[in-house]
Write a protein of this length. Structure first.
Length: 190
């Protein structure tokens, strides 16, 4: 049911981490990062060249979700409840949900996770315990999506942070066309 929801432009959320219920969200304006217009600042490019973190994919999916669920500066609460954790862990085991992870030695210091379906990747959440860790994960995600010929990177909503990478607001009718085209493609290997 969750994969079907993504395929028609819906995604689940909870009111809080303590709320056992989920509700479906279908924004009238959707956040998207056009893969061909992804922008990385000069300062972040220089930081990436220094390789401050080891970047891994899908080695600690549930730990990334847990990191995203923790309070952070500017975000004292989260919408990630136990049901979300369980559903996305199941999608990960099925090969549809993925994580990008920033490691310092054996310590996970940042990451992001999302869902891959057709030629679309639906970003869900990110976290950072070190400066730029989640940003660097996003850069590696986009590199992978480009290399694998993905067509759509859905961010659900835009924020100033995502806009600095080139995220744009897309009206629902336009998003539905982008989504339909990406979903019509065979599932791409992440």
């Amino acid at each position: 049911m969750l994969l079907r929801a993504y395929s028609i432009g819906l995604f689940p959320m909870a009111d809080s981490a303590d709320d056992p219920e989920l509700f479906w969200v279908e924004p009238e304006i959707r956040g998207v990062i056009p893969l061909d217009r992804f922008h990385v600042s000069h300062s972040l490019t220089k930081r990436i060249r220094k390789r401050p973190f080891e970047i891994r994919f899908d080695t600690a999916f549930e730990a990334v979700v847990e990191g995203c669920a923790q309070p952070a500066p500017g975000r004292p609460t989260t919408w990630i409840n136990d049901k979300i954790r369980s559903l996305y862990a199941a999608l990960h085991r099925m090969g549809y949900a993925h994580s990008v992870e920033a490691w310092e030695g054996e310590r996970l210091v940042g990451g992001l996770y999302g869902v891959s379906l057709g030629a679309a990747f639906f970003g869900e959440s990110m976290f950072s315990l070190r400066t730029d860790a989640s940003k660097i994960c996003l850069v590696h995600l986009v590199e992978r999506l480009r290399a694998k010929h993905f067509q759509l990177l859905d961010t659900q909503f835009t924020t100033d942070h995502l806009k600095s990478f080139g995220a744009v607001d897309v009206p629902k009718a336009e998003y539905d066309l982008l989504l339909a085209r990406a979903i019509a493609s065979p599932n791409l290997e992440f």
